[in-house]
Structure formats: structure tokens, C-alpha cells
Design a protein around this ligand. Structure first.
Ligand SMILES: [Zn+2]
Length: 268
């Protein structure tokens, strides 16, 4: 028997495939980056709770929700392993994602501050921090970065092109942050510490719209304990997932609208 297929079958298949893919919509690709890992434990919470564990657990819950909503999800780490910030950036860029989410938990250095500081902050990348507190958070999260900031040997042109590509990703990152943050605050009931900007190393090289979420202060006695609970992690993951869906819907609307300028049309 020859493996010939009837043209009618092929035609039916060709018609069916776009419908299966959600009326021709491309599947969104999302990188989730659980902060820290291995010997880099991140901030300390109540008991034996560490930021690296909370970040991974929330990332895994978020992955399940995003996959259920039809996205393709990649975790920079899916277990308790050490991973350099530069490796996270490289991993992400290879996946060519539509967006990048880095999950962290915040902390305060002194007992007095630990007892009174709680709430959620969502960051997108900026050369300048939006305030002293934002600067301190970036400094803490950047502690794992190599000291030489420009380790990559860029030609001037490559740098300019990178920079141009990132300009659009930058405005999208702000939109992503504002899609996620209010949902996180309202669903969790946590204190609203706002959308912030700061120079995070892990966000600088990522070519997709990227945000870093400080899901709460693990150093706060009550909020820290909440962050370790499955039900609360589910609530946070659900809120982030809803924010991502809203961002993707808005992006698709924008990119399919007729007024959209044609991108990448520079010929020789
Ligand atoms: Zn962190």
C-alpha cells in the first residue's frame, strides 16, 4: 500500500489546524525566572523559609496556570539549583519569549523594619531607580551579578541595534507591569507598594518585555508566613496569570490593528 493521502483529508486538516490553534493565534511563549537557587538562598523568612523556595513554588504554580490558558512556558530553573544571572538572561533570549517574569520576595535588614514593612512591588527596567527604596531592592537582587557590567563584547552597531530592540520591549515592560500589579494587589489584599523602576541586572539583557515581581516581604512576620502557604501562592499565581492574559490580549489587539506601523521594513 502506498502512503497516499486523499487531498480532501489534507484540505480538512489545513482548515482545522488554525482553529485548533485558537483561530490562527500564535501560542504565547513565556519565560518565568524563579529568583536565586542552590547556595544563593535569597532573603530569609520565618522559620526555615527561604526566598528561593517561595519563588520556585510560585513560579511552578504560575506555569501550570499559564499552560492551562494555552501558553508555552519555560522556567529558568525548575529545581533548587544555582544559576548565574547571566545564564538566566541567555536562557531567556534563546527561547525568544513574548515576555519574561522574574519572581522574588523582598526583605528588610533590621528587626524594626522587618516588623513594619510589607507589600507587593512590581518592577520594570530603568537606568534610574524610582527612589531610594527601589535602588536598595535592585542592589540586593543584583548582588549575584558579575562586577564587570559589560562582560559581553559588543560592537557599537550591535549595541545600537540591541538598544533599539529594547526600546519597544521597555515600553511593553511598563505595560506588562501595570497589567499585573493591580490584579496582584486586589486579589491578595497585600499592601500596595506600587509599580517601580530600577536597574535590575537580570532584566537588562532580556530582549522581551520583562518585569521583576517582589511578591511580598518574606521578612515580615505575617506576610512572610503567608508567602509560604500553598493557598496564598495560588492566589498570587492566579493574579499574575490574569495580568499576563490581559497583557497578551492587548498586545494582540495592537499588533493586528490596521494602524500598526510595519516593523522591520528597513531594506538596503
Ligand atoms: Zn530576590
Amino acid at each position: 500500500m502506498s502512503p497516499r493521502r486523499s487531498p480532501i483529508c489534507l484540505l480538512a486538516l489545513a482548515c482545522l489546524l488554525p482553529a485548533l490553534a485558537g483561530a490562527g493565534e500564535r501560542v504565547a511563549r513565556i519565560v518565568i525566572d524563579p529568583g536565586h537557587g542552590g547556595a544563593k538562598e535569597g532573603a530569609k523568612g520565618p522559620g526555615e523559609l527561604w526566598e528561593k523556595e517561595v519563588a520556585l513554588q510560585i513560579a511552578q504554580r504560575l506555569r501550570d496556570k499559564l499552560e492551562a490558558a494555552g501558553s508555552e512556558v519555560f522556567l529558568t530553573r525548575d529545581r533548587d539549583t544555582l544559576m548565574a544571572l547571566s545564564e538566566r538572561v541567555e536562557f531567556s533570549n534563546v527561547q525568544r519569549p513574548d515576555l519574561f517574569l522574574s519572581i522574588h520576595a523582598n526583605s528588610m535588614p533590621t528587626k524594626r523594619l522587618r516588623e513594619r514593612t510589607e507589600g507587593i512591588e512590581t518592577y520594570f527596567l530603568s537606568a534610574n531607580a524610582s527612589g531610594e527604596a527601589a535602588r536598595a531592592v535592585a542592589d540586593r537582587e543584583n548582588a549575584e551579578a558579575p562586577t564587570a557590567r559589560s562582560a559581553r563584547g559588543h560592537s557599537t552597531l550591535a549595541f545600537i541595534l540591541d538598544d533599539l530592540a529594547r526600546t519597544e520591549a521597555h515600553s511593553d515592560a511598563s505595560r506588562l507591569a501595570y497589567a499585573i500589579h493591580p490584579r496582584l494587589v486586589s486579589k491578595s489584599g497585600a499592601a500596595d507598594r506600587g509599580v517601580q523602576q530600577a536597574p535590575f541586572f537580570v532584566l537588562t539583557g532580556v530582549e522581551a518585555p520583562a518585569v521583576l515581581i517582589e511578591v511580598g516581604f518574606i521578612s515580615h512576620p505575617q506576610e512572610g508566613a503567608r508567602l509560604g502557604r500553598a493557598a496564598y501562592q495560588e492566589t498570587l499565581a492566579e493574579a499574575i496569570s490574569e495580568g499576563v492574559q490581559a497583557f497578551l490580549r492587548e498586545t494582540r489587539r495592537r499588533d493586528t490593528s490596521p494602524s500598526q506601523p510595519v516593523a522591520g521594513s528597513t531594506g538596503p
